[in-house]
Design a protein around this ligand. Structure first.
Ligand code: ATP
Length: 363
């Protein structure tokens, strides 16, 4: 069962929202409704998020990301549609039960994490547990563990203003993790950070996720961030999800001009991995030698570097060391050149044929 499911979600601000939903369902777009002073913030959003997945919602400012997120945690009531969390319909829960689910099962991490300046880092990290009424000794123990997970083990007794922006953001993450919530909702959580620190935070989140396997919905307007973090990515435009898929789907098979124009500047070789370009070994025993090999999640750019050093297709080995596939050099070159790897077909060449015939004769 999926952990989270959005089922035909709409959010309309303004007059006659139900009538607006009917018009949107019949194909009207945002622009048509705006003329009447009505804003269609989210239009017919449906998706599922599996346990342990990072689901990224990516879109430009105003595309409806935050509104969608606020419906997912029950802060905003949908105009139409349902949100199912572990199979329970959040939209029909009584207010008390909804508050209970929000306090214990869902944590939010915001862009500007407001830490309490007069509380220590430890007290800040323990705040969510304090709200839940967890006794002091227990909440401090869990907050210390969460701070350690976030690389802030030695900072528990410090004050927020002694921390850099990146560290403060990690306290926010620690606060979310300390509550043991299953679902983390992260709204542009790294957007205010400097690029290097932001990348560092992304790495840290991916590293943490390997161990904790939370279910995460991550909102961002940055496609590169979406590609790095997302197991699945929903691209939003003007309130609608215009594509839903993996980074690979979006880069290799963009649906429509809008998504295609979005991905133009993405460095495919750093986003896509060996798994996206590998193929079945063509010859017996291919990949079985001791030459350098790569793992399925090695970025293509690094596969190129390995390919330059080995005299045959690069072996892709899974976690058990078995050959999952191989990457011939021509597939890499085709891919870097913007083609589908499967289109890597050398044209017949008389010179090359005679050169290899001569080499064979000399051998
Ligand atoms: N409470 C509200 N009342 C009226 N309109 C709203 C309200 N909240 C959001 N909107 C409108 O809904 C649309 C979607 O806004 P939303 O904040 O969800 O987009 P976003 O993608 O999160 O943008 P940003 O990245 O700038 O936060 C926008 O046109 C916004 O002006």
């Amino acid at each position: 069962m999926s952990r989270l499911q959005a089922d035909g979600l709409y959010k309309v601000f303004g007059r006659a929202p139900d009538e607006a939903v009917r018009r949107l369902a019949a194909g009207a777009d945002r622009g048509e409704l705006r003329a009447d002073g009505t804003t269609a913030a989210v239009i017919d959003a449906s998706f599922t998020v599996d346990p342990g997945q990072i689901f990224v919602v990516m879109g430009l400012s105003g595309s409806g990301k935050s509104t969608l997120l606020r419906m997912l945690n029950g802060l905003l009531e949908p105009t139409a549609g349902r949100v199912l969390f572990d199979g329970r319909d959040l939209t029909s829960l009584p207010a008390r039960e909804l508050r209970q689910v929000r306090a214990t099962k869902i944590s939010m991490v915001f862009q500007h994490f407001a830490l309490f300046p007069h509380r220590s880092v430890l007290e800040n990290a323990a705040y969510g547990l304090e709200v839940q009424g967890v006794p002091r000794a227990e909440r401090e123990k869990r907050a210390v563990e969460a701070l350690e997970l976030c690389g802030l083990g030695g900072w528990a007794a410090s004050w927020p203003d002694e921390l850099s922006g990146g560290m403060q953001q990690r306290v926010g993450l620690a606060r979310a993790l300390a509550t043991d919530a299953d679902l983390l909702l992260m709204d542009e959580s790294f957007s205010a950070l400097d690029p290097l620190i932001r990348r560092d935070m992304q790495d840290q989140l991916l590293e943490l996720q390997k161990r904790l396997k939370k279910t995460i919905v991550f909102i961002t307007h940055d496609l590169n961030e979406a590609m790095r973090l997302g197991d699945r990515i929903a691209v939003m435009r003007d309130g609608r999800i215009v594509q839903l898929g993996s980074a690979e789907d979006i880069l290799l098979r963009p649906e429509g001009e809008y998504v295609a124009s979005f991905i133009q500047d993405v460095d495919r070789s750093r986003v896509l991995t060996a798994a996206a370009v590998m193929t079945e070994p063509e010859r017996d025993g291919e990949g079985e030698c001791d030459c350098p090999s790569v793992s399925p999640d090695t970025p293509v750019a690094e596969v190129c570097a390995v390919s330059a050093r080995v005299p045959h297709p690069v072996a892709v080995r899974d976690a058990d060391g078995n050959v999952a596939g191989t990457v011939p050099r021509e597939r890499l070159v085709a891919f870097i050149g913007g083609q589908e790897p499967d289109d890597a077909r050398p044209v017949p060449c008389a010179w090359a044929a005679s050169a290899s015939a001569k080499e064979a004769a000399h051998a």
